[in-house]
Unconditional design. Structure first.
Lengths: 459, 430
């Protein structure tokens, strides 16, 4: 289109020498040892501090179980997360921001039905200042009336934006369809609930639920893990309570009721969201399950992606992955497809579920997922922030750094039979429930014809 | 930041190479940046540069369709590619044992990609799904990177939609692909970057083995995308069927990112002074004090700074409630800019911005993907990968007078204002 005399596509695609062989892998060096401390402070807070001095920074993650069954809990906890950093007895909102900025730092808060998480980072040499701000917020957040009022207004507006996102709509539909009215389903609060939350309620929730016992603090970076524990005892010693942080009630075990078509009139694209019960990382069969999932849809070279994206062009995004909630795990299968491709995509998605059990991964396919599981753990934990995310995910289910260090050996030892068993046990189409959100007027007839599909908003 | 070891050289076929050894973790990053982005695609072929990026994953002389993904992932690695205004990048991050494999994969598609009608048709479908997902089926899709440029710019390269119209995508031919490849994907028009755990001598040998016989083709003449500055306030409007609240995208021209780096950095510091953190000017006034907006952000580039040559765009984006008139928001914004133009911000205000930047550059450097891509894009755009390591210091040297001058240049009569109207609001007014 630009060069006047260019080669043809055929000429471009071949050389006189012809195809070349794939080079073998070289010798792999293991990751260095990570010196770390995993201990409990006198206030009951579990601390995992890891030295990883790749850059002069420190990453912090504070995970606090934060469940509540009060009808207003989702709204109150969301307002709390939005305002926990807006002032203490010692610092107002702007002073908190300025103090963090000057140490190259940041702290953010996020909440869901299971937990409150504070995420932060700073220049490692400024860790004492960072911890001082953190401790101040945990023990002295004031939740001033005007800050609450303003953040409530913004929150109502953001909820409106969020509720127009297809992924939020699909997630809410999936949660309701699979878990009914369990507290875990209340991920985005109702705007009308946020409107009635009072500053007193937010302060009371902080008193009752922002608790160290049962919570986990992960610190990773250019730090001395031993020394940091003493520092933490001093800075966070005043953060104390006899009670433990509040955990989510157990989720009901998923069985496989029908997939629900949830109408979204005029949508140009549909969201397919399927889900089935599996087992968590603590289960001896987890490594085999992990490999079965990778082969199904857990990475790009998986059966699902090769089928519905690379082969058929039904979707840009197809993926399956685990969702861990307090000691339990499900596997979720997600794909967004054009309306006309939705029913064929669901058909193929179910076909691949069935095929995984009947024609399980073996040979090159199994070795590929095995290497991917080991290698991607290595690459994803090579940065401070990547390692912080992994360690937090483990620590929040009671595991430690040992799991991370031992996991490659577990993956290496998995046999083809174990993967085949996991595939047959967990990936049969009948075990999957889920939703399809899309233009029902176009989709209904074809989806019903596939079978095991019902239509309408979840009750 | 300390200036780590950096080895830069050029192969006989013109391929520029950047090596950044670092043994702190047993992983390696490999990237190839080609000096062509969506600003170079011709009229009638909007979205072609990005579509072509997809095709580069679909096989080459030694690699069947899907083999690229399988070889990277079965080596324990991850991969991706992305299309920017002025370049297209491809990358892998893998355990260091797989370095040669990554070099082999990149060399094979640089030498002889398989451009077939079947793969083209399949990837047109995939790209259309990507556009439905990221633009058509969500609120504020393509805002502001697709919707603001046609208001601020008047020439096709700067103004058009880089994702492409469906009609243009569907009319792409295999011969278009061949011409595009021969013109732009020459080794002399590319930068290869290797960062992480490897030994320099060995890497040089492997690079020569795999890339050395990719035939030289001349790099194309790089066009100028320059166009005159606006002389009046330009206004545009789009209706968004999914957006619940109105939004504004305000675009200004900025100093030449390549030939006036310090001027460009002053705009970046200004962006921080305006919207970075609760204590920033616009957060304080527009979000908390008055309050007029739900969210606001300012920054350089359509996707971020250091991604394009001149002209580049300084953007302010905000979402505001229905009941707040947009002229009131704009007046408050202009008022704050005028304050900075008249009274330069003090030392501490600048230090807050530059300390956060320095820290974020450390974190970026710590993530091997970002480090590899930053080195490659700086080598491509600036001819100097080591600039990555001097950015924090150059940013700290920006004076408050320079920030003040940048604010003064953001005049109402030299900007574009894009109004995003929720469809429901639009209907009411009709």
């Amino acid at each position: 289109m630009t060069s006047a005399t260019h080669r043809t596509a055929e000429e471009i695609g071949r050389t006189t020498r012809g195809p070349r062989p794939l080079p073998p892998l070289g010798e792999q060096r293991a990751a260095g040892d990570l010196s770390h401390v995993d201990t409990e402070l006198s206030n009951g807070l579990r601390v995992l501090a890891v030295r990883k001095a790749t850059v002069p920074m420190v990453e912090a993650r504070l995970w606090i179980p934060f469940a509540g069954d009060d009808a207003l809990h989702p709204a109150t906890s969301e307002v709390l997360a939005e305002t926990i950093l807006t002032g203490t007895a010692r610092r107002n909102r702007i002073e908190i921001d300025a103090e963090l900025a000057l140490i190259g730092g940041d702290i953010g808060a996020g909440v869901d039905p299971e937990r409150l998480v504070l995420t932060g980072s700073a220049l490692a040499e400024k860790l004492p200042t960072f911890l001082d701000v953190l401790g101040d917020v945990l023990t002295g957040a004031t939740y001033a009336d005007d800050e609450i009022a303003r953040e409530k207004e913004r929150l109502v507006e953001r909820i409106a934006v969020s509720r127009t996102q297809p992924r939020t709509i699909a997630r809410e539909a999936l949660q309701k369809h699979r878990y009914g009215d369990h507290p875990a389903t209340r991920e985005v609060p109702k705007a009308e609930d946020v409107a009635v939350v009072t500053p007193e309620q937010v302060r009371a929730l902080h008193q009752a639920s922002v608790l160290p016992r049962g919570a986990v603090l992960v610190l990773i970076g250019d730090i001395d893990p031993q020394a940091v524990i003493g520092e933490l005892e001093k800075v966070l010693g005043g953060w104390a309570s006899d009670r433990s942080a509040v955990r989510l009630p157990p989720l009901p075990e998923l069985t496989g009721p029908s997939v629900r078509l949830v109408p979204r009139a005029g949508a140009v694209q549909s969201q397919i969201r399927l889900s089935a019960q599996t087992v968590p990382r603590t289960d001896p069969g987890y490594a085999a399950l992990q490999l079965a999932n990778l082969a199904y849809g857990g990475y790009f070279s998986s059966r699902l992606v090769e089928n519905i994206r690379e082969n058929k062009g039904y979707t840009y995004s197809a993926h399956s992955g685990f969702e861990f909630t307090d000691g339990t795990a499900v596997v979720n299968v997600d794909a967004d497809t054009a309306t006309e491709a939705t029913a064929p995509a669901l058909l193929e998605t179910r076909y691949e579920l069935g095929r995984l059990g009947q024609v399980p991964p073996a040979g090159d396919e199994l070795e590929s997922v095995r290497q991917y599981a080991i290698g991607s753990l290595l690459t994803s934990t090579s940065s401070q922030s990547g390692l912080a995310g992994q360690v937090l995910a483990l620590a929040s289910t009671g595991l430690g750094l040992e799991w991370l260090i031992e996991h490659p050996a577990r993956v290496a030892a998995v046999t083809a039979e174990e993967v085949a068993e996991a595939a047959l046990k967990y990936f049969t189409p009948q075990r999957f429930t889920g939703v399809v959100v899309g233009d029902a007027a176009v989709l209904e007839r074809k989806l019903l014809a596939l079978g095991d599909v019902v239509v309408g908003e979840p009750a | 930041m300390a200036d780590p070891e950096l080895v830069r050289y050029t192969l006989d076929n013109g391929l520029r190479v950047v090596l950044a050894p670092d043994a702190t973790a047993p992983v390696v990053g490999v990237s190839v940046h080609y000096d062509v982005g969506f600003r170079s695609e011709p009229e009638g072929r909007t979205g072609f540069a990005h579509l072509f990026e997809h095709l580069m994953f679909q096989g080459s002389e030694s690699l069947e369709k899907l083999a690229h993904f399988r070889h990277v992932q079965s080596s324990g690695g991850t991969f991706n590619g992305s299309t920017h205004p002025d370049y297209t990048d491809y990358f892998e991050v893998l355990p260091s044992a797989a370095l040669e494999r990554a070099l082999f994969l990149e060399a094979d598609r640089m030498r002889a990609p398989k451009l077939t009608a079947e793969n083209l048709a399949n990837q047109i479908d995939v790209v259309k799904e990507e556009i439905r997902l990221n633009v058509l089926n969500r609120p504020y899709g393509g805002f502001p990177w697709i919707t603001l440029p046609p208001v601020l710019y008047s020439t096709f390269p700067n103004a058009h939609n880089g994702y492409g119209g469906f009609e243009d995508l569907e009319s792409a031919t295999v011969d278009d692909c061949a011409a595009f490849f021969d013109t732009y994907y020459s080794p002399a028009n590319a930068v290869l970057t290797v960062a992480g755990d490897f030994e320099v001598g060995n890497a040089k040998k492997l690079i020569e083995d795999h890339f050395g016989d990719v035939p030289h083709r001349p790099a194309p003449q790089r066009p100028s995308f320059a166009e005159p500055l606006p002389t009046t306030e330009l206004r545009g409007e789009v209706e968004d069927p999914h957006a619940p609240l109105p939004a504004l995208g305000i675009g200004y021209r900025m100093p030449d990112p390549i030939n006036d780096i310090d001027g460009y950095l002053a705009y970046l510091v200004l962006a921080g002074v305006l919207t970075d953190g609760d204590g920033s000017r616009l957060q304080q006034r527009l979000v908390h004090k008055e309050p007029l907006v739900v969210d606001i952000g300012a920054g350089a580039g359509l996707f971020g700074p250091f991604e394009a040559r001149d002209p580049d765009t300084f953007t302010i984006t905000l979402i505001h409630p229905h009941e707040v008139p947009r002229e009131r928001v704009l007046a408050a914004l202009d008022d704050e800019l005028e304050k900075i133009a008249e009274n330069p911000p003090d030392e501490q205000e600048l230090r807050k911005v530059t300390a956060r930047w320095a820290a974020s550059l450390h974190s970026e450097h710590d993530r091997l993907v970002s480090r590899t891509l930053a080195l490659g894009s700086f080598e491509l755009l600036y001819g100097d990968a080591s600039l990555v390591y001097r950015l924090a210091d150059r940013m700290s040297a920006v004076t408050s007078e320079a920030v003040s001058a940048a604010a003064k240049a953001l005049r109402p009569d030299a900007r574009a204002v894009l109004v995003v109207k929720p469809a429901s609001e639009g209907n009411n007014e009709q």
